[in-house]
Write a protein that binds this ligand. Structure first.
Ligand code: AMP
Ligand code: MG
Length: 323
């Protein structure tokens, strides 16, 4: 037991809501596994999730809402998605849907993608925490990257130490495995992750079993499903200064005329929080390319560099199997 673990009383849930609204991290139980929650609209809070989990990559996170209506401003919900929500929410089904323009959600939470994963958890504490915070919460499993998902509060404390400001104890998780992730943002439904809702249960709503990465007719290149927003301009890494025509994405002390700075003070968490928004902001036809200054690999720097290497990688335009 650590002092961070608190019983899920109304007072502690209210305090959790205040902490989340102030940009802090709170771990809380859901019916699947314990989640590490942050204000999904706060770039810095979302960056803190990646730092706490020591994730080497910016995987997109699931955004948790307190009721179906709260998903409306975030994603485009067609009749099929609506029917799935009506049937399976609250519950362990995550839907990946087109992100609404102007959705008040950090670009880092969806790793720069035009889609967003949303879920309504079936756990009274999870829903009370989201309501107390009065905002959608980004929440991956509350464990260090690569470790087993936590199904008890003390698992969270063992794996994450003091990274969360509070760990709400709601007892063991009922389902114990992660949510099923169904991607409805592409041409055909795609099961991205098997989980708490069996794929067979989804078939009636989809006119058949969803494709999986393994059964897809035209297998996409490994990693493509996780492919993130790639700027249309070429990206040049480890730049000292911009070439003529290039935009400069700086980090730390920058040469005069730097176009944007991920973090003038050289703070990797600030840089992570700014990364996707700044890449998008510089991806404009008035520039010939985006030159990015070197970013040290420590801490969140590893995930930032991973993302930048992908952005700089030659495009797969000829592959013909893209999203
Ligand atoms: P976790 O947060 O650890 O439970 O994992 C979230 C899962 O949802 C991962 O498998 C992500 O790749 C997937 N995911 C979340 N958002 C998206 C998205 N916008 N597009 C595709 N997959 C997503
Ligand atoms: Mg996980």
């Amino acid at each position: 037991m650590t002092g961070l673990i608190r019983p899920a009383t109304p007072d502690n849930i209210a305090e959790a809501g205040r902490l989340l609204a102030a940009g802090r991290l709170v771990a809380f139980p859901t019916e699947t596994v314990y989640g590490l929650g942050a204000d999904a609209g706060d770039d810095r809070a979302v960056a803190a999730i990646f730092a706490a989990k020591n994730r080497p990559r910016f995987n997109p996170l699931i955004v948790h809402v307190a009721d179906i209506a709260a998903a409306d401003p975030l994603v485009e919900i067609d009749a099929r998605a609506r029917a799935l929500m009506d049937r399976f929410w609250p519950g362990p089904l995550t839907l990946v849907l087109p992100r609404r323009k102007g959705a008040p959600i950090s670009l880092l939470a969806s790793a720069g993608l035009d889609s967003l994963a949303v879920r309504l958890p079936d756990h009274p504490v999870a829903r009370a925490v989201i309501e107390a915070a009065a905002r959608p919460l980004a929440a991956p499993s509350a464990n260090a990257s690569g470790a087993v998902s936590p199904t008890r509060a003390d698992h969270v404390a063992q794996s994450l130490g003091a990274a969360p400001a509070m760990i709400l104890d709601g007892g063991p998780c009922r389902v114990g495995i992660e949510s099923t992730v169904l991607d409805l943002a592409g041409d055909a439904p795609l099961l991205l992750r098997p989980g708490g809702i069996p794929a067979e249960s989804l078939a009636d709503f989809l006119g058949g079993m969803p494709a999986t990465i393994a059964t897809m007719a035209a297998p996409r290149a490994p990693g493509l499903l996780e492919s993130h927003y790639a700027p249309s301009l070429p990206v040049r890494l480890n730049a000292v200064r911009p070439n003529p025509g290039e935009a400069l994405l700086a980090f730390g002390p920058a040469p005069d005329g730097a176009t944007l700075n991920l973090s003038a003070g050289g703070d990797p968490a600030e840089a992570a929080a700014n990364l996707f928004a700044m890449l998008r902001a510089l991806d404009r036809p008035e520039f010939t390319g985006i030159a990015v200054m070197p970013i040290p690999a420590a801490g969140l720097g590893a995930a930032i560099n991973d993302r930048l290497r992908r952005a700089a990688h030659p495009r797969r335009q000829t592959e013909g199997t893209g999203p």
